[in-house]
Design a protein around this ligand. Structure first.
Ligand code: ADP
Ligand code: MG
Length: 238
């Protein structure tokens, strides 16, 4: 997996300043319907390329909302979001979709696999480049399943996989396009202790080759493994 290029700003003879991959400035989120509700108060957040971040806090605090803003699944109500030095706020829905598909991989609480498809065919759904030759696609899927330790089960239908295996397939599906950032929202919530730990170990190993990892979690083990812990309480950074 190639390391995302750090963004260098400034010039002259001074040491270059490496700006963060993800920069939120006074980013907040509020809804007007059904009743006006402030969900996330304006906050600043910097995430360095290749680092791991745990977003923690009680249920309903605004963790998923923050993750969805970073993942450009929702637009903030205020503030600016810069990614690799470029503004994300202000882009069209099409540009945001392309941004997500080119750069980000998502893992959710549930694996959302298609039962009738094989593990490999589910992973293939994560490939977003329509020009990728099919032989490369097949190899990419096997490689991604290998990362999660499931290459031997590539041909098995998702319906016949265990809960933990399904989750590992979902992780492989997020990794297959080799995203710069993986965003995982409570990836261990539906798993037993041992399986959850295996998923956390797997996710945290991604930073070894430069992938940036953002994990929303209730799990203190995940927080302990992160480079940066972002604590949200009642929609505010703590
Ligand atoms: N689009 C929305 N409209 C109304 N309320 C929302 C919306 N999105 C989230 N909320 C509310 O905002 C709060 C924070 O949600 P969420 O970010 O999902 O919290 P967490 O992931 O920390 O449990 C919750 O009370 C939730 O019901
Ligand atoms: Mg949530």
């Amino acid at each position: 997996m190639s390391e995302p290029a750090p963004v260098r700003v400034g010039g002259g003879h001074a040491e270059p300043v490496i700006s963060p991959l993800i920069e939120l400035r006074q980013v907040g989120f509020a809804v007007t319907a059904p009743v006006p509700t402030r969900i996330l108060h304006p906050l600043d957040l910097d995430i360095a390329a290749g680092s791991s971040v745990a977003i923690v806090g009680p249920s309903g605090a605004g963790k998923s909302t923050l993750a969805s803003l970073i993942g450009a699944l929702q637009q903030p109500s205020e503030g600016t979001y810069r990614y690799a030095g470029q503004p994300v706020t202000g882009r069209s829905l099409g540009q945001l979709a392309r941004f997500r598909s080119e750069r980000l991989g998502f893992v959710f609480q549930n694996s959302h696999l298609i039962d009738e498809r094989t593990a490999s065919a589910n992973v293939d759904l994560g490939i977003t480049d329509p020009r990728m030759p099919s032989a490369v696609r097949v190899q990419r899927c096997i490689d991604a399943l290998d990362v999660v330790g499931l290459a031997p089960l590539a041909g098995r239908k998702a319906a016949h996989l265990s809960g933990g295996e399904r989750h590992r397939v979902a992780v492989a599906r997020a990794l297959v396009k080799r995203p710069e950032v993986v965003i995982a929202d409570e990836p261990t919530a539906a798993l037993d202790q041992t399986t959850g730990q295996a998923i956390l170990d797997l996710l945290s190993s991604l930073t070894d080759d430069g992938t940036t990892l953002i994990v929303v979690t209730h799990d203190s083990r995940a927080a302990a493994m992160a480079d940066q812990v972002v604590s949200i309480v009642d929609g505010r950074l703590r």
